[in-house]
Design a protein around this ligand. Structure first.
Ligand code: PBG
Length: 326
């Protein structure tokens, strides 16, 4: 009848065959779950722009970590919600050993020694300016900010962090942090650099969660222009030279090409940050019944793997782990 020798559909003819030829997979072990911690006790505060995600007081956060561990999630990225009265221009609260964040790190590691913590280094949660570096006359001062970031990273390592994740985009911070960590014999504490972090409107819900939006101006003098991809290679080259152990691209879905670019140009593990706005869009459409939220979650995570991500930081981690258990 006809003479089609090549019939790609043969490799799609059943579930089993489709699984045999499947090129990419997502597993719970690939995911890092971000967590929001807030001061006080016995409180879980839902974040309206991120349905399913809450800010937890430390006692409740520990319960949440326990639940997630039982689901197979092993790696977490905690972020602190700092009350306004503890903020200042220099983010001093970030190195207070009795402060919320360092206590949180120490307590999670004490109760769950096998859990891996990737801790956030940037000034914005602690800064009255809401910027990731020191602000002087409206300008974000790079080199003075490095001092603060280095001290913050050291304090987190002392509290028990396994991986330091600088999200600030100051120049030279990976080298500076590596140097301080090594000087204090934290040779085995890793650095997961936010290598290509774009100045993105997709961070809106996260800034609601932490109450950390910039009080003035925007982050365009340090975060990257969404129009650029070659610039991501410059950042990747520098982070690699400076000693990064992981390279991150953030956001993920609108930047799959950048994930692929770094994958093709580096042998380091590539991390995709599936950010708050990407999560919120899926949740909003699903709540309206406009899309199938669970299928979209799976498709999105798979897309990031296909683009070349080894690891995905995602607010969907718990939901994905629950799905895998079923
Ligand atoms: C700030 C930081 C941001 C996110 C992670 N770390 C926001 C920003 O740069 O303003 C965003 C994460 C998300 O949107 O999920 N250092």
């Amino acid at each position: 009848m006809n003479h089609l020798t090549r019939r790609p559909r043969r490799n799609r003819k059943s579930d089993v065959i489709r699984s045999l030829v499947q090129e990419n997979h997502v597993g719970t072990q690939d995911l890092i779950y971000p967590l929001f911690v807030t001061e006080g006790q016995n409180q879980t505060v839902a974040i309206p722009s991120m349905p399913g995600i809450s800010r937890f007081t430390l006692d409740r956060l520990l319960d949440e970590v326990g639940l997630c561990v039982d689901l197979g999630i092993k790696t977490f990225a905690p972020f602190p919600n700092i009350p306004e009265e503890k903020k200042d221009r220099f983010a001093l609260e970030s190195k207070n050993p009795e402060g919320l964040y360092l206590r949180t790190i120490a307590e999670i590691k004490r109760q769950f020694p096998d859990v891996v913590l990737a801790t956030d280094v940037a000034m914005d949660p602690y800064s009255t300016d809401g910027h990731d570096g020191i602000v002087d006359n409206g300008e974000i001062i790079n080199d003075a900010s490095l001092e603060v970031l280095g001290q913050m990273a050291l304090a987190q390592a002392q509290a028990g962090a396994d991986i330091i994740a600088p999200s600030d985009m100051m120049d030279g911070r990976v080298a500076h942090i590596r140097n301080i960590l090594d000087k204090h014999a934290f040779y085995n504490v890793s650095i997961m650099s936010y290598t290509a972090k774009y100045a993105s409107a997709y961070y809106g819900p996260f800034r609601d969660a932490l109450e950390s939006a910039p009080k003035h101006g925007d982050k365009k003098t340090y975060q990257m222009n969404p129009a650029n991809s070659r610039e991501a290679l410059i950042e990747a080259e520098l982070d690699t030279q400076e000693g990064a152990d992981y390279l991150m691209v953030k956001p993920a879905l609108s930047y799959l090409d950048v994930i692929k670019l770094l994958r093709d140009n580096s042998n380091l593990p590539i991390v995709a940050y599936n950010v708050s706005g990407e999560y919120a869009m899926v949740k909003a459409a699903a709540q309206n019944g406009w899309i199938d939220g669970e299928k979209i979650m799976l498709e999105n995570l798979l897309s990031m793997k296909r683009a070349g991500a080894d690891i995905i930081l995602t607010y969907f981690a718990k939901e994905f782990a629950q799905y895998m258990k079923r």
